[in-house]
Design a protein around this ligand. Sequence first.
Ligand code: SAM
Length: 289
Amino acid sequence: MSYRHFGRIGDIWKHIPLCEFLIIEQPANYIETNSAYPEYQLTASFEQQYGILHVEKNIQKSQLLQQSAYWRVLSSISEKKSGLSKYLGSPALALNILKGTAKNFVFFDIEQACLKEIAEYAKKLNIAQQVNCRNEDSINGLISMIENLTPHDFIHVDPYLIHEKNANGNSYFDAFVRAMRQGIMGMLWYGFNTFQERENLHNGFQKQTGIGSRTRLQGIELRSILLDESILDVNPGVLGCGILIGNLSNISQQYFKEIALEITNIYQNSTMFGKYPGQLIFDEFEIEI
Ligand SMILES: C[S@@+](CC[C@H](N)C(=O)[O-])C[C@H]1O[C@@H](n2cnc3c(N)ncnc32)[C@H](O)[C@@H]1O
C-alpha cells in the first residue's frame, strides 16, 4: 500500500479543514489530484496514537471538533463501541460529505490499485456513475482540466513534492496557482521536517508571487515545538505541515483559523510517542499570486 501516513498528524491537519470546507462550500464538482486509498485499518501505532487516536481520546474537550464534519463522518463508520478501528482517506471523506450534493468527482492517482478501491467505495455509496477515476500524472491532468472548471468547483492537491517539475516543466504548485487565478476553489497541503525544508517551500512560493494581485492564498502551518530540535529517534510522519487555500468564502477562512487554534489546544499537554512533548504551534500567512 502506497500511503503509510494515514491517521497520522499530517492527516489531522488536512482532513479536518478539508471536510469543513466541503460542507461550507458545497462544490458542484470535486477534483483530487493525489487520491490514495479510501479506507485504512488502524493499527494503533505510535504515529496513529499521536494522530487520530489522540483526537479521539480528547474529542470531549472540543465542541468545535465534536461538531466537525470530519468527526461526524469518522464516528459514523466506527464499528466498535471501544472506538475507531478504521480510518478514511480524503476520497472517502469527500464522497461521504458530498454524495448528496456534488455532480461529479474526479480522482487522480498513478496507482491503479487505489483507484479501483475508490470506484468500489463509490459503488457502495450508490454514486459510482458520478465518479471518474483517472490513472495518470495529475499535474498534466489538472492543467488540462482547468479551463473547463468554474468557481463552483473544488480542487484538492495533496502530493509529496509540491515544487518538483514534471517533464512539461510544471509543478503541483504551478498548477494550483493557475487554478486559483481562474477563481476555482482549492486547497493544497505540504509537509516539512526542518526549518530549512520549510524555507525551501516558501522560496518556491515566492517565485509565483504577484505583488498587488487580487488573488490571495491564505496559509496556515502547524508544527511541532520539536522542529529542528534534533530528535532523531521518533518521527510522527511529519514535524510540520501547511495548507494553502484560495477562493473560499469568509466562513471557511474564519473556520480555518479557529480550527488551527483548536487543534493546538488539544495537543497542549500531549506527548509524542510517550517520550517528548507533543505540543504544536501554528503560523498564519498570506501570498499574493
Ligand atoms: C499523500 S498521498 C495522498 C493521500 C490522500 N490525499 C489522503 O489525504 O488521504 C499521495 C498519493 O499521490 C499519488 N501520486 C504520486 N505522484 C502522482 C502523480 N504524478 N499523479 C497522480 N498521483 C500521484 C501516490 O500514488 C499516492 O497515492
